[in-house]
Design a protein around this ligand. Structure first.
Ligand code: ZN
Length: 415
């Protein structure tokens, strides 16, 4: 008998997500690798074995023994698109939207991303850390065990670096993994409105090289949209980012189809996100470029959009789909991947199984962590959530509350 840290015994329903170790597409997205009445042996934060109850009982002796006969157990949610570092919340804009103002109108009236910038520039690293910490702890409560987090509310080299240092500190101090993205191209800062070229040069010659030198971000992201960065500017900035050694992701075709998805495919972006208005050509280009579609239905819900990203067409055209919260202070103050799963079903026509694949394994692929997380398989990190519900199908069906009872990160219960 081998001694291990933990045995999770007699799991009512295990959503293992076992399968090929690459983004799942088409019918694969419906295959959850369900297992019933099995046990998991965990040691040193990793999944050592998964087998029938009796097999595990005979092979291992555990320090902790957890009865899971009442639980659905599954991989922790992976949220591959968040903006959790900011000072002030913007519930006033939520009200403006209800009064009929559009995102672009609010942005032109001094709201939007620009209204978060002044406070972030003035805040200390400690202040930003304390505020973000509470937000990220809430995500963990809701079953999220890995996130991608972006800078992008500073838009100076100094303040973007400050945000990225906060992200690094969150990674070190909280029981969650965080993948870090530089998003200096989130907007054009007010002071450069008449001289965009100078800001782009600043990103190319100072901000991106300095962030790379300090090793503070893995990806560069950009807001490619008619009223922010157009296609030519985006191509130029992203090419430079790649040259410097960053991998790239994009906010593409959220409101208007201007060719953002096509550009993502052309440049081999790891992920293109939003895609509310993405064209057929865009879907095809992403598939050819190996780009994952990361859809953010809670943002469109919060923006009161009439239509959503065409998840069904994407799945039918064999493009891998992931989903994320887009947690941010303006367009989408949602930290619950469970609610994003509900919206993916109700607003984009994804089945509960497809939405769960998109929120776990494919989300892990969207941030290139599928070797470590996203499924419950031997050798993977023991990032697991426990839900006291009849089956996985209950997750989107029962919305507006938290179905996650326990959260395990690297083999240790953190909720
Ligand atoms: Zn975003």
């Amino acid at each position: 008998m081998k001694s291990v840290d933990t045995i999770i015994y007699d799991i009512k329903e295990l959503v293992s997500m076992e399968g090929p170790n690459r983004a799942r597409f088409g019918k694969e997205m419906s295959e959850l690798g369900l297992k019933h009445g099995v046990s998991i042996a965990i040691h040193d934060g990793k999944i050592l074995d998964i087998a029938e109850n009796e097999t595990i009982k005979k092979a291992y002796i555990a320090r902790d023994f957890i009865d899971a006969s009442d639980y659905v157990v599954m991989p922790g949610f992976v949220d591959p698109h968040t903006h959790p570092i900011f000072v002030n919340t913007r519930e006033n804009e939520f009200e403006m939207r209800i009064m009929g103002k559009t995102y672009v109108e609010i942005s032109k009236a001094g709201g939007g991303i620009l209204s978060s910038i002044k406070a972030v520039r003035e805040a200390s690293e400690d202040e930003l850390f304390e505020l973000a910490k509470e937000r990220v702890l809430k995500m963990i409560e809701y079953g999220t065990t890995t996130i991608e987090a972006k800078s992008g509310y500073g838009l100076t080299t100094e303040s973007e670096i400050k945000m990225l240092k906060v992200i690094r500190r969150l990674q070190h101090e909280l029981p969650i993994d965080i993948v870090s993205t530089l998003m200096g191209a989130h907007e054009i800062p007010q002071e450069y409105r008449d001289n965009r070229e100078a800001y782009i040069k600043l990103m190319e010659e100072e901000m991106m090289p300095e962030v790379m030198r300090q090793g503070l971000a893995e990806y560069v992201d950009i807001f490619t949209e008619a009223h922010v960065y157009g296609i030519e500017e985006s191509r130029r900035i992203l090419r430079k980012a790649k040259e410097l050694g960053f991998k790239i992701r994009m906010h593409a075709d959220e409101i208007e189809a201007i060719g953002g998805a096509e550009l993502a495919g052309e440049l081999g972006a790891i992920s293109a996100d939003h895609l509310g208005a993405c064209s057929d050509e865009g879907i095809l280009a992403m598939k050819e470029g190996g780009t994952i579609a990361t859809l953010l239905p809670a943002t469109l819900f919060s923006l009161r959009a009439k239509s959503y990203a065409r998840a069904r067409d994407m799945i039918e055209k064999q493009l891998p789909v992931a989903i994320a919260s887009d947690y941010n202070p303006g367009s989408c103050n949602c930290d619950s991947m469970q609610f994003v799963i509900t919206l993916s079903c109700l607003k984009m026509g994804m089945t509960p199984a497809e939405a769960i694949c998109a929120a776990t394994f494919n989300a892990a692929c969207s941030i290139e962590r599928n070797n470590l997380i996203g499924s419950v398989e031997k050798g993977k990190q023991a990032d697991l959530i426990f839900l006291k519900i009849p089956s996985y199908r209950f997750i989107p069906y029962h919305f507006g509350s938290n179905s996650v009872d326990k959260v395990m990160k690297k083999g240790v219960f953190v909720k």
